[in-house]
Design a protein around this ligand. Structure first.
Ligand code: 5GP
Length: 182
């Protein structure tokens, strides 16, 4: 059997990727989620091994040295990366969703040419800032940093295969499901 496709989903922090991915996975049971490793602290409600593997900087750097990542990047003062072995294992069972930012997406495009790259846009910058503040766990300084990064990330959307707007999570999830069903 051929391996499942890698589906990369990018979009600024706060755009609602988590919600959209959750809806997609409820509707298509063959989809699985690539759990990234990160050195950042868990947010309230985040579970180790479900949302991320929360690991130390030392461990992350050890994994880089071992070539254990399909892609990785350092941003917002932390490392984030896709463990290669896990992604490969999940591809045996169907398409795999990767929630990663543009630098990582570029690495995936280079190493896995048939990966499908999808970029999620917020309806507006005002709405993105409102959603970031709504999380309640982000300092003023972090919000400024994330908004600046969002502008840069959104400039990267032009080299993605598809751009979708998350005006409403259910609708956005359906649009992506249609794209990947093609
Ligand atoms: P957050 O800290 O809000 O969970 O994620 C911040 C950013 O890191 C998001 O844009 C998310 O897509 C990205 N990210 C999460 N996991 C990975 C990963 O494994 N690799 C890369 N390159 N980016 C990731």
């Amino acid at each position: 059997m051929s391996k499942g496709k890698l589906i990369v989903i990018s979009g600024a922090s706060g755009v609602g990727k988590g919600t959209v991915l959750g809806i997609m996975m409820k509707k298509r049971k063959d989809l699985s989620f690539s759990v990234s490793a990160t050195t950042r602290e868990p947010r309230p409600g985040e579970i180790d091994g479900v949302h991320y593997y929360f690991i130390s900087r030392e461990k992350f750097e050890e994994m880089i040295a071992q070539g254990a990542f399909l892609e990785y990047d350092a941003h917002a003062d932390n490392y984030y990366g896709t463990p290669q072995a896990q992604a490969e294992e999940k591809r045996e069972r169907g398409p795999v969703l990767l929630d990663i930012e543009p630098k990582g997406a570029k690495q995936v495009r280079a190493s896995v040419p048939d990966a499908e790259l999808i970029f999620i846009m917020p309806p507006s910058m005002e709405e993105l800032e409102r959603r970031l503040r709504g999380r309640g766990d982000t300092s003023e300084e972090q919000i400024k940093m994330r908004m600046e990064r969002a502008v840069w990330e959104m400039e990267q959307r032009f080299w993605y295969d598809h751009v979708v707007v998350n005006d409403e999570p259910e609708r956005c999830a359906d649009e992506i499901l249609n794209i990947i069903a093609e």
